[in-house]
Design a protein around this ligand. Structure first.
Ligand SMILES: *Cc1c(COP(=O)(O)O)cnc(C)c1O
Length: 246
């Protein structure tokens, strides 16, 4: 952020400026990477007012990212219906039931118990939930996500579950990570695609999403194959309270 406004201080005009700049940066990063595909921009809404979220949707944002169940439930009735909503935060198994009918993808699947609950709740609704496996790519003790060497085994177990569809991977690289971590994520994503890609019998495997990159590193992430970037503070202004960070 050039202006370093909080998301309370940012105006609709600031959000519009930020949105335009981010879209331009995404376009340039795709070009720089020599990619032919496109990148989805997710607006991450934690601590942001409904009015500002809807303003962003009015500007063209088509995807919102939620990371707290309680906060999301208190705001979602006011959301514009023009954007899809994904859940991206750490998710307690007993909270899955509150969001299954409201979101189309869950990015933070890192435990079989959680996946089984998503499967069960989705089955009750007669829906199939798209999921991503979250990898703790920085091997950080305090972070969610599965360790990279357990990923293959975890995926095999997930694919047995009904009513979920595995779409790819999510990661939150440590702040100020070098290029290496991003390229490692890219490699894991491509390797799994290669191993499983020809298995047409597995109908709940549609490997097409690498969710990586936030306000501080999305251009780097795009260079390394991310096709879904999750942007909060860069769009809405920074969050005031440390405890409200991820
Ligand atoms: C908050 C959050 C983001 C966005 O972070 P910014 O640095 O504000 O862009 C992205 N992903 C997750 C999982 C988050 O919790």
């Amino acid at each position: 952020m050039e202006k370093l406004l909080t998301n309370d201080e940012s105006s609709f005009a600031d959000i519009e400026d930020n949105y335009k700049r981010i879209c331009e940066n995404i376009g340039n990063a795709v070009l720089k990477a020599g990619r032919q595909d496109s990148v989805r921009l997710m607006a991450v809404t934690k601590t942001v007012s409904v009015e500002k979220i809807n303003h962003a949707v009015g500007l063209g944002v088509k995807l919102l990212g939620e990371n707290r169940v309680q906060e999301y439930l208190s705001k979602c009735d006011g959301y514009s219906k023009d954007a899809e909503v994904h859940f991206i935060g750490g998710l307690q198994t007993n909270k899955v039931k509150y969001i299954t009918d409201k979101v189309t993808m869950i990015h933070s699947v890192d435990r079989l118990e959680l996946a089984a609950e998503i499967s069960k709740r989705s089955a009750k609704l007669g829906k199939t939930m798209d999921i991503l496996v979250e990898i703790n790519i920085g091997d950080e003790e305090t972070k969610n996500g599965i360790s990279r060497d357990k990923t293959d085994e975890f995926i095999e177990k997930l694919l047995i579950l009904p009513n979920i569809r595995l779409r790819g991977l999510m990661a939150i690289p440590p702040v100020n990570s070098g290029e290496k971590i991003f390229s490692e994520m890219n490699k894991i994503f491509i390797d799994i695609s290669g191993k499983k890609g020809d298995n047409s019998k597995v109908s709940n495997f549609k490997w097409d999403t690498l969710s990586m990159g936030m306000s501080g590193d999305y251009e780097k992430a795009i260079y390394y194959g991310s096709n879904l970037v999750r942007i909060g503070s860069g769009l809405f202004g920074y969050r005031k309270y440390k405890t409200e960070e991820i």
